[in-house]
Write a protein that binds this ligand. Structure first.
Ligand code: CA
Length: 596
């Protein structure tokens, strides 16, 4: 009785708002700052990229666990449709019984989370001449207030009314004709929309922006190539200088900082304990390192930014003076680290870098606490020196200078065979951390490359590499390996090998399970403690996206997007040939325990 009265009142409210359009809001439940900040523990929703702004990708849900997972079955699947398949890397968001999921070619869908029924779809009209480096992918949306906001391949942001799919605002991040694009999931921090940018292979300038999520107007912008001016914006949108990032020409020679790359092309994360945004930066441009002596800040680094000021508080460069395209974009995941020397618990962050090393830094000041390999073979450096915080390079594994080596004719420098390949010990696929086991679950890859340098000069909107390459497998039986990594002793506790390179993300749960997908199409569940495979399901195309979990009416759900593509088929050389049998797709799957 009480319930039906409530329903009636709700109907009345909707009618009222329709007659008094503009005089009040009858929106469904809005997403608040508290929802964002507590996303890691509010199990009825997933409103951040990373299941919480710390990015741990850990859920306290445990209805689906090592004992019950055998009864996990699909309840619906939804096709993204059309001829627009290609790589699908999106992490779905879940709010108020709805799923918001992006798809290839800058599309977003709102679905009924229980039935998979389509509520609305938005397809961004893409211009000719976009320049995404690594497939027409998208990694997900942000959700705030009554808006769902995502980025597009032509470097724009689009905010839609989450209930109707109507566009509320559109803003341009940068000019796609310069090589800019956008593929990451934006993140909400302290009521601001935080984004980076993509385009590091085109000599763009990496930048982090904060916007008002309700209007799209800029609040501050912080370049992450040393030497560029940062800005903040007043209420009227007037640009005010906000200090140069670092010191012009301190770590870049000549004018190279003007086209220095360092694109922060994955999501930002945020830890309220230290009030810092963490974002990773990509390779310095061009790839040919002989053209840019110096550390080339803030490329290939973790950068910590104060959200209130837009200033860089600390940085840690995992590959100073990168010469291998070791983008440092991987997620810096906040966790509590028990220092084995002092016995103290330190507010730390963990990062499995593309360069093959796992880094643990104090997240309040960036100080390096631990660094160890998470792949079996690393050629470019002997180790990371914990005292200096810098790699001990093997100089012979830096591709040669075209003007000094390989004949010195200025055409092609000496070729080096080097592991990891530039696609990395880990790439865009996000890892998970379980506070139950204390392990990071890292989707790693074992591969190498032939790489050499060539001359290059900057040309607007053209690839700016100065390098050639072929990626090569190291083993016949596997490239990928899901690894449980102990951040304290640096040991790999267990691993599950995979024939194709792993390119999806990981989800850890209190049910002692780790979920991840494979390019071969399987979503798998692994015992988080032992590494035993306990469940799998074939999704019909390769999984290169991170799974999520939530609960509604006392039932736990798992979702993952399926659709093979991304960087491997485009850039993977001999590995791309090896996996060219994999089929494209484009769908999202939802699972729950079978009710008998
Ligand atoms: Ca790159």
């Amino acid at each position: 009785m009480e319930q039906s009265r409530k329903k009636l009142r709700l109907c009345g409210a909707v009618t009222l708002s329709m007659t008094l359009a503009g005089f009040g809001s009858a929106h469904a439940k809005e997403v608040t700052d508290a929802d964002i900040l507590n996303d890691a523990t509010i199990t009825s929703q997933v409103v951040t990229h990373g299941l919480g702004t710390k990015g741990q990708r850990y859920s306290p849900l445990k209805q689906i666990n090592t004992a019950t997972v055998k009864d996990l079955v699909p309840i619906w699947s939804f096709s993204f449709g059309g001829e627009k398949q290609r790589g699908q890397q999106s992490q779905p968001l879940i709010h108020d019984g709805k799923m918001f999921v992006t798809a290839s070619y800058s599309r977003i869908f709102a679905l009924d989370a229980k039935t998979g029924a389509k509520l609305w779809k938005y397809e961004h009209r893409l211009p000719e001449g976009i320049m995404p480096c690594c497939d027409v992918i998208n990694r997900g949306a942000a959700i705030y207030g009554n808006l769902v906001i995502f980025g597009t391949l032509d470097a724009r942001l689009v905010a839609l009314d989450k209930d109707t799919g109507k566009v509320v605002w559109r803003e341009t991040i940068a000019d796609y004709k310069d090589g800019y694009s956008f593929t990451a999931a934006p993140q909400i921090v302290k009521g601001m929309l935080i984004t980076g940018n993509s385009g590091g292979e085109f000599g763009i300038v990496g930048r982090v922006d904060a916007r008002d999520p309700m209007t799209g107007k800029l609040i501050w912008t912080r370049p992450v190539v040393e030497g560029h001016m940062g800005y903040k914006y007043d209420k009227d949108g007037k640009q005010i200088e906000n200090g140069i990032s670092g010191t012009t020409n301190a770590s870049w020679p000549g004018d190279l900082w003007k086209t220095g790359g360092a694109a922060p092309w994955l999501s930002a994360y945020y830890d309220p304990d230290v009030n810092l945004i963490f974002i990773g930066t990509g390779n310095p441009a061009p790839w040919n390192s002989w053209l840019r002596p110096g550390d080339n800040l803030y490329s290939a680094a973790t950068v910590a930014i104060n959200p209130d000021t837009g200033q860089i508080v600390w940085h840690y460069q995992s590959t100073p003076h990168d010469g291998w395209d070791y983008d440092g974009v991987n997620e810096f995941v906040s966790f509590e680290y028990k220092d084995p020397k002092s016995g103290q618990v330190v507010k730390a962050g963990g990062k499995a870098d593309r360069n093959g090393f796992f880094f643990v830094n104090d997240r309040s000041n960036g100080k390096l606490l631990n660094a160890f390999p998470f792949v079996n073979r690393i050629d470019w450096a002997e180790r990371i020196d914990l005292a200096t915080g810098r790699p001990v390079y093997k100089d012979e594994n830096r591709p040669g200078n075209p003007f000094a080596d390989g004949g010195g004719d200025g055409q092609k420098g000496s070729v080096v065979f080097n592991a990891p390949s530039f696609l990395g010990g880990k790439n865009q696929q996000p890892m998970a951390f379980s506070p139950d086991t204390g392990y990071f679950y890292v989707p790693a890859n074992e591969w190498a490359m032939d790489i050499w340098n060539e001359p290059v000069s900057y040309k607007r909107g053209a690839a700016y590499l100065g390098a050639g390459f072929t990626i090569k497998p190291l083993h016949d039986e596997y490239i990928g390996a899901l690894r449980a990594v102990d951040p304290v002793n640096g040991k790999i506790v267990w691993e599950v090998k995979n024939n194709a390179p792993l390119w999806g993300g990981v989800l850890a749960t209190a049910g002692d399970l780790v979920f991840y997908g494979t390019p071969e199409g399987f979503l798998k569940a692994i015992n988080a403690k032992t590494g035993e495979e306990v469940w799998q399901f074939q999704t019909g195309s390769g999984v290169i996206a991170p799974p999520v979990t939530w609960e509604e009416n006392g039932e736990q759900y798992i979702a993952v997007v399926s659709g093979w593509g991304g960087a491997v088929p485009l850039w993977g050389g001999d590995v791309a040939s090896r996996v060219n049998y994999l089929e494209q797709g484009g769908s999202v799957w939802v699972f729950r325990l079978h009710k008998s």
